[in-house]
Ligand binder design. Structure first.
Ligand code: DGL
Length: 259
């Protein structure tokens, strides 16, 4: 069973993609809505919560952990790999590989929450792959609350996004990584504001492919198809607005479970 670890609801976009692309694999999701959002939290808090929630996923049957949250991936992957013996896959490595592949002039932008951007993890991985890359990062603290408020199409959101992207637009990027689980919900807004010449790297798409290849390479191959309604979606706090976002992402009603 694949255990998906997230700070809240944003990772459900990845869960939905995996539910559709890797149909044979049962999913167990844990969104720490009571402890999140992580983007404004300290690294100590994020690492502590990640350890606790990974244990919960393993106790409930997970045999591989997929970290869907960029804050957890950037701050806690190493600790989780040291503390737990099961495979741990995360969203940042596939996104970095893809950005490196498509960026012809090596001018790469990253947007994310303050926790992710301040960790410098994306930049570190990119420069480890090729130290000639020019990496430009921008923390966008207001985007997660705006998305969670359902304000995707509001004028205010567009204005704030334009302001965040303004400095990046001067850097002649050839790619921009969407370094936060929520940004898939405003992908089109970001694309139209960053400009046509910049290719967006959506970690969700590349992580789903990466995970499929990883499972194959490891010989963890399941045949047939697991009924999606048997996948379990746990949250540390359940609210009406969280339920609405999840149902919108899945395009059907999902029974959220309290843990
Ligand atoms: N899950 C976080 C991420 O992907 C966004 C939400 C949060 O701040 O907790 O960066």
């Amino acid at each position: 069973m694949i255990g998906i670890l997230d700070s809240g609801v944003g990772g459900m976009i990845l869960a939905r993609t995996i539910e559709m692309s890797l149909r044979a694999y049962p999913l167990l999701y844990l969104g720490d809505t009571a402890g999140g959002p992580y983007g404004s939290k300290s690294s100590e808090k994020i690492v502590r919560s990640a350890i606790k929630n990974t244990s919960l996923l393993i106790d409930n049957g997970a045999r591989l952990i997929l970290i869907a949250c960029h804050c957890i991936a950037s701050l806690a992957t190493q600790t989780l790999r040291q503390q737990f013996s099961i495979p741990i896959v995360e969203v940042i490595t596939p996104a970095v590989t893809e950005a490196a592949r498509i960026s012809r002039r090596g001018r790469i932008g990253i947007i994310g929450t303050p926790a992710t951007i301040n960790s410098g993890f994306y930049e570190k991985l990119l420069l480890e792959g090729d130290d000639s890359f020019k990496v430009f990062s921008k923390a966008c603290p207001l985007l997660v609350p705006l998305v969670e408020e359902g304000w995707q199409n509001r004028r205010e959101t567009k204005m704030i996004l334009r302001r965040y992207l303004h400095s990046l637009r001067n850097h002649q990027l050839d790619s921009l990584i969407l370094g936060c689980g929520h940004y898939g919900m405003i992908k089109n807004l970001i694309a139209s504001r960053i400009g046509k010449k910049v290719q967006l790297v959506d970690p969700v798409e590349v992580t789903a492919v990466f995970l499929g290849n990883y499972l194959k390479e490891q010989g963890i191959i399941l045949a047939g198809s697991h009924p999606p309604e048997q996948n379990r979606y746990y949250f540390t706090d359940i609210t009406d607005s969280g339920q609405k976002i999840v149902d919108r992402i899945f395009d059907r009603h999902i029974d959220l479970r309290q843990i």
